[in-house]
Design a protein around this ligand. Structure first.
Ligand code: PLP
Length: 365
């Protein structure tokens, strides 16, 4: 049966297997060789030089494309390189309509390229704003949903449908929900990107990104830039990412179950003003009644780790004001609701009673 036709869980569990016909190795070998012998003059095995194509990376890319329901995937050196690769296909001066609440690093790059005149940007706080702003002048729509860290959902199908009618391409950062909860290509998106460093890898030990599309013309442009810049994922990290992917569904389900339990608990805490949770996935944010408590809370935690990043098996807590979103000017952040009383939590797969205990003891006066 064609791998692409298999159910998502099967594609994940069988990531990269049975790809080495010569030895029958079950698990994907790690091909470190940067170059490949030509069988004869004028012939190629399909692999010539690793910047262009590497067998381990190819095995991974097959899974990345399949799980997003697409034909093409490229594994890149980081989520940021995936973002740059995806956006670089658009012409100088293109107008990008993006959601306002974005990963700080994406905003930082958008801001820089806007200053350089590379792209023009318009930002939308809500889905309604985005639909209103989406007219014939827009070339690219960039959506991160749920948004980071306010956890607002944008309806990809509605936006992508309207984008098509005005001739704009839709790019979705699917890092938070992953294909377990959201498959943007099937909802009409033209390009999907991931920080695979997060849920796809799942163990906080691989820096990686992915760009996925169903459109051959888009793929050809992406591939030209990928091969030119060499922002590819290394063979070892490609292997690590495949290994992580095998348990994606189990990890997402457990993170969701833990997050839901934690949310019901946190909603009743007198120390918490607001819990922001979209209902699925392992990401949530809390706003504290008293933001002066934040330093002591972060110091007191024993099971949650105070660190950047998200999506791993271990629970992490982040203070966007000084970490992930520090490059967004304070007035801008505050205006759209990213206030200094907000903490972002990435819920792992631990026993939830330990997580509840940890937050309770750290919040206590
Ligand atoms: N997109 C989102 C939603 C992220 O959270 C991040 C990283 O934190 C990135 C992109 C960038 O990915 P990376 O850190 O792998 O370069």
């Amino acid at each position: 049966m064609d791998y692409k036709e298999l159910k998502l869980e099967t594609q994940l569990a069988q990531a990269g297997i049975r790809m080495d016909e010569q030895t029958g190795a079950l698990v994907s070998p790690i091909h470190f060789s940067t170059t490949y012998q030509h069988p004869e003059f004028g012939q190629s095995t399909g692999f010539d030089y690793t910047r262009t194509k590497n067998p381990t990376r190819t095995n991974l890319e097959r899974t990345l494309a399949a799980i997003e329901g697409a034909d093409y995937a490229m594994a890149t050196s980081s989520g940021m390189s995936a973002l740059m690769l995806a956006m670089e296909i658009f012409p100088v001066g293109a107008k990008v309509l993006a959601c306002r609440d974005l990963y700080g690093g994406s905003f930082r790059w958008f801001d820089k390229v806007e200053q350089q005149g590379r792209f023009r940007f318009v930002y939308a706080n809500t889905e309604d704003d985005m639909l209103t702003l989406l007219d014939e002048t827009v070339d690219v729509v960039f959506i991160e949903t749920p948004t980071n860290p306010l956890m607002n959902e944008f309806d990809i199908a509605t936006i992508a449908r309207k984008a098509k009618t005005v001739g704009a391409k839709t790019v979705v950062d699917n890092t938070f929900y992953t294909p377990i909860y959201q498959r943007p290509i099937e909802l009409g998106a033209d390009l999907v990107i991931h920080s695979a460093t997060k849920y796809l890898g799942g163990h906080n030990d691989v820096l990686a990104g992915a760009v996925i599309t169903n459109d051959q013309a888009i793929y050809d442009q992406l591939f030209f830039n990928l091969n030119t810049t060499g922002i590819v994922l290394s063979p070892f990290d490609s292997y690590m990412l495949m290994r992580g992917l095998k348990t994606l569904k189990l990890r997402m389900e457990k993170a969701t179950a833990n997050a839901r339990d934690l949310v019901s608990h946190l909603e009743n805490s007198p120390h918490i003003k607001e819990v922001l949770y979209p209902g699925k996935g392992g990401m949530l944010s809390i706003k504290l009644q008293d933001e002066r408590k934040i330093p002591s809370l972060l110091n007191k935690l024993q099971i949650f780790t105070f660190a950047e990043s998200l999506g791993g098996v271990e629970s992490l807590i982040t203070y966007p004001t000084t970490q992930t979103h520090a490059d967004i000017p304070a007035e801008t952040r505050h205006a759209y609701g990213l206030t200094d009383d907000l903490l972002r939590l990435s819920i792992g797969i631990e026993d939830v009673t330990d997580l509840i205990w940890d937050l309770e003891q750290a919040l206590a006066d």
